[in-house]
Design a protein around this ligand. Structure first.
Ligand code: MG
Length: 212
């Protein structure tokens, strides 16, 4: 950790703060989302993403996504309409655990292990990059790998090395063992928590596109 990163890590965000959740690839913004801090602790950053949040994504359909990541992309606006989410990001670990709910009625839909680089704190929020492979977990704790085809294709076109890919899958297996043992965050009751009803849909903070 550099001195400036250590300085940023020492500054905790407060519940209700809007921060930037940004994916960066090759020094360029791949996606950018605003989120609302629920808790910022040394071992966990928890961020709420409300239904209706607007963010930035690459212009591409699913089939083109890897090609775009490899060869360049432009960003477009996107509005999240599936349901509220809570992202649990443990610093230093190569994954996030997402929880999601159905619509405004807050019926729990399950967890999602997003395999990604460990978060890096910036002045506005955190940077990371998705690593293609995911694990979907139902509310009854049944789980399955997701996007294995995309993961295999990403290795094939050289977006990640086989060695890196093995580490990504091993991280997934480690979190699955945690799930099966009902260890944190799967035993912490996050699925019963709802955000402060006063919180509004956040907007991307100014400077979201400034990568330095
Ligand atoms: Mg993913």
């Amino acid at each position: 950790m550099s001195a400036s990163e250590a300085g940023l890590a020492a500054l905790a965000w407060a519940a209700g703060d809007t921060i930037l959740l940004r994916e960066v690839h090759d020094g360029r913004v791949w996606t950018a989302r605003p989120g609302i801090v629920v808790e910022d602790r040394p071992d966990l950053l928890a961020v709420h993403i409300p239904l209706g949040t607007r963010w930035k994504v690459p212009v591409a359909d699913r089939a083109e996504m890897l090609e775009r990541r490899k060869n360049g992309w432009t960003l477009t606006d996107y509005q999240w309409r599936r349901g509220p989410m809570l992202w649990l990001m443990p610093p230093g670990e190569a994954h996030a655990v997402h929880l999601w709910w159905h619509g405004p009625e807050w019926r729990f839909g399950g967890w999602y292990i997003n395999l990604q680089d460990p978060i890096r704190r910036t002045a506005l929020g955190v940077d990371f990059l998705d690593q293609h492979l995911d694990v979907v977990i139902d509310p009854d704790y049944r789980w399955r790998w997701k996007d294995e085809d995309e993961f295999a294709a990403a290795i094939e076109i050289g977006l990640l090395t086989r060695q890196r890919a093995e580490a990504v899958r091993a991280e997934g297996e480690r979190v699955i063992r945690r799930l099966e043992a009902r260890e944190p965050p799967f035993c912490d009751g996050w699925e019963h928590r709802q955000p402060d009803p006063k919180w509004r849909v956040p907007e991307l903070p100014r400077g979201w596109d400034d990568v330095r």
